[in-house]
Design a protein around this ligand. Structure first.
Ligand code: HEC
Ligand code: HEC
Ligand code: HEC
Ligand code: HEC
Length: 452
């Protein structure tokens, strides 16, 4: 009897090892915190030094490699999110949770909060090769909040599989080629149960997913080449570009603009209506998407008369609920940054920092007190969704009452669509002014004649 027991005892680890993984499902999302060791994951340098040299260089330039070190991420996490999480039990989970997507290995290891980027810890790897190439699926029905299942080890999952490598085995994974895989980090729900990031959900309900156009086809485009320096040449190697909002070329031309007048010849004192059609020809989700709380897209329309006088045209109101959030104003907002900054009476900063009266394409986020917020973790509700959907066309009009002293001759009217990754007043306030670089998405002009 005794011998038998000991024998079973000895066999126990082997039995566990042989059991199919679904008997003991691997933990995903919040439950995966602290379930791994750093040694379980290869460093990206290891993958990129002698084998995947080209893919490594692409990844290195993408935001994936900077998900933890990028200055704006560091400021938001250490200056706002951590202090806030320490004061408010409702949002306490973000202290660890931000890393589930931004420094996934540190999250899985339980090294949270990780050392700041200056200490050069493994958190600095960001979303590394071995994070993505050891994912086997996700838990539940909807991908969100890092609910991917991480199974690190000698097996690397990829689009081909079966290719021999001296370093690891490769197994073909159809999952990695799906939008759901990306959705595990590109959908986010706040502690208040609000979708504060929904790039995958927007794609899912839009035209591209229905036609089988995946995230990968626009952000990891396929080209002839090698995926490993000693490997063979394929016609369709997945490029690890991940170009998005931080690539001005990706932003440029996203929306096509056309402006036209309702009349071609007018006299001073008369009224002209200009119509602008904005067509989203490029994104597979809404524009803007992702960090919608930070992004601002706005249209500025100006007329220049024959003498060079400039007139700023304000957008005609349409009258929908919440429209005030879609028209440039000079009110203050984002007062909830005061919680983390220990300034309970913080007055806020300018909401938009763009010319008053310009049309904004955005969706406002509100804190539990109903104030506009850039803190997606403190978001209790969302406002009107006035972004431009994939292949959607939005129409805006600008009525111009010509002043009596307007110069006769040609009047040129130009509509410019601008994009900023972060509203300028917030970027200046938090000391990351580069984030407020203005990127021109597109512009178009028309002309009318002012009769003498
Ligand atoms: C493990 C989490 C994770 C997964 C999985 C993931 N991403 Fe990301 N991705 C991120 C994070 C975090 C960032 C933001 C980095 C930053 O700016 O701090 C990001 C940034 C990006 C960007 C750049 C956005 C910009 O603002 O420039 C693109 C494009 C992108 N991801 C596409 C994808 C695609 C396509 C997939 C699926 C093939 C994918 N991601 C899978 C976490 C992930
Ligand atoms: C955000 C997740 C993500 C990261 C980070 C990432 N990959 Fe990938 N990788 C993918 C996906 C997804 C595919 C397959 C895309 C498809 O099938 O459309 C892929 C494909 C590949 C392939 C196969 C290419 C081919 O077409 O033969 C290799 C090799 C590869 N990755 C290596 C790397 C290396 C090395 C790194 C780090 C320098 C890396 N990956 C980082 C998601 C990622
Ligand atoms: C038809 C092509 C296309 C498809 C499909 C597509 N995207 Fe994009 N994506 C773009 C373009 C163009 C941009 C740049 C404009 C912008 O920022 O929205 C972009 C931007 C982004 C950004 C930055 C958004 C922002 O405004 O900060 C992220 C993140 C992203 N894509 C992830 C994804 C993910 C994840 C999927 C799949 C669920 C996906 N994309 C599908 C074309 C596409
Ligand atoms: C579910 C995954 C996920 C979680 C959790 C998450 N993020 Fe992100 N974060 C992303 C992705 C994906 C992007 C890129 C979106 C885009 O480019 O539009 C991003 C973008 C950002 C950006 C903007 C980066 C830029 O360059 O514009 C900041 C700042 C940021 N995250 C900070 C945080 C903080 C702080 C937390 C915790 C409170 C957090 N994130 C939690 C996935 C996540």
């Amino acid at each position: 009897m005794k011998t038998h027991n000991t024998c079973l005892y000895k066999l126990f680890p082997l039995i566990l090892f042989l059991l199919p993984p679904y008997i003991f499902p691997q933990k995903a999302g919040e439950l995966a915190l602290g379930t791994r060791k750093y040694e379980d994951y290869q460093t990206p340098q290891f993958c990129g030094t002698s084998c995947h040299t080209d893919i490594y260089q692409q990844w290195k330039q993408s935001m994936m490699s900077q998900a933890y070190t990028h200055e704006w991420d560091e400021v938001e996490y250490f200056k706002l999110a951590i202090p806030h999480a320490e004061k408010d039990a409702k949002v306490a989970g973000v202290k660890a949770g931000c890393n589930g997507c931004h420094a996934p290995v540190s999250f899985l290891v339980g090294d949270v909060p990780p050392p700041k980027p200056e200490f050069n810890s493994r958190a600095n790897e960001g979303v590394s090769c071995d994070v993505c190439h050891t994912v086997t699926g996700f838990e539940g029905d909807t991908p969100y909040n890092f609910n991917f299942i991480s199974s690190p080890g000698k097996i690397k999952y990829g689009p081909r599989g079966g290719t021999n490598s001296p370093e690891h085995q490769t197994v073909k994974s159809d999952f990695l080629s799906t939008g759901e895989f990306c959705g595990t980090c590109h959908n986010e729900m706040s502690p208040f149960g609000v979708w504060v990031k929904s790039t995958h959900l927007e794609w899912k309900e839009g035209p591209y997913s229905k036609q089988g156009v995946t995230c990968q086809q626009c952000h990891m485009t396929y080209a002839e080449g090698k995926s490993a320096s000693m490997g063979i040449t394929y016609p369709d190697v997945r490029q690890h570009l991940f170009h998005g909002a931080h690539d001005n070329g990706k932003i440029a031309g996203t929306i096509e603009l056309r402006i036209h007048p309702d009349i071609n010849e007018v006299e001073p004192g008369e009224k002209v209506k200009f119509t602008v059609a904005l067509f989203n020809q490029k994104t597979g989700h809404k524009f803007p998407s992702g960090s919608v709380e930070d992004r601002i897209v706005w249209m500025h329309v100006e007329a220049v008369d024959a003498k060079g006088n400039i007139y700023h045209l304000k957008v005609d109101k349409k009258g929908f609920a919440g429209e005030e959030y879609t028209i440039g104003t000079d009110v203050l907002a984002y007062q909830d940054m005061g919680i983390a900054l220990n300034e309970p009476n913080f007055k806020g900063v300018q909401r938009d920092g763009i010319p008053v009266g310009d049309r904004i394409f955005r969706m406002p986020y509100f804190d539990p007190q109903g104030r506009m917020t850039i803190q997606q973790w403190n978001t209790a509700s969302l406002g009107v969704d006035y972004r431009i959907g994939p292949r959607e066309t939005k129409i805006e009009t600008f009525s111009f009452n010509l002043p009596d002293n307007i110069a006769p001759g040609a009047l040129k009217v130009t509509a410019v669509l601008n994009y900023q990754k972060l509203m300028k007043p917030v970027a200046d306030f938090l000391g990351v002014p580069d984030e407020a670089e203005i990127v021109v998405v597109n512009k178009h002009s028309t002309q009318i004649q002012i009769l003498p």
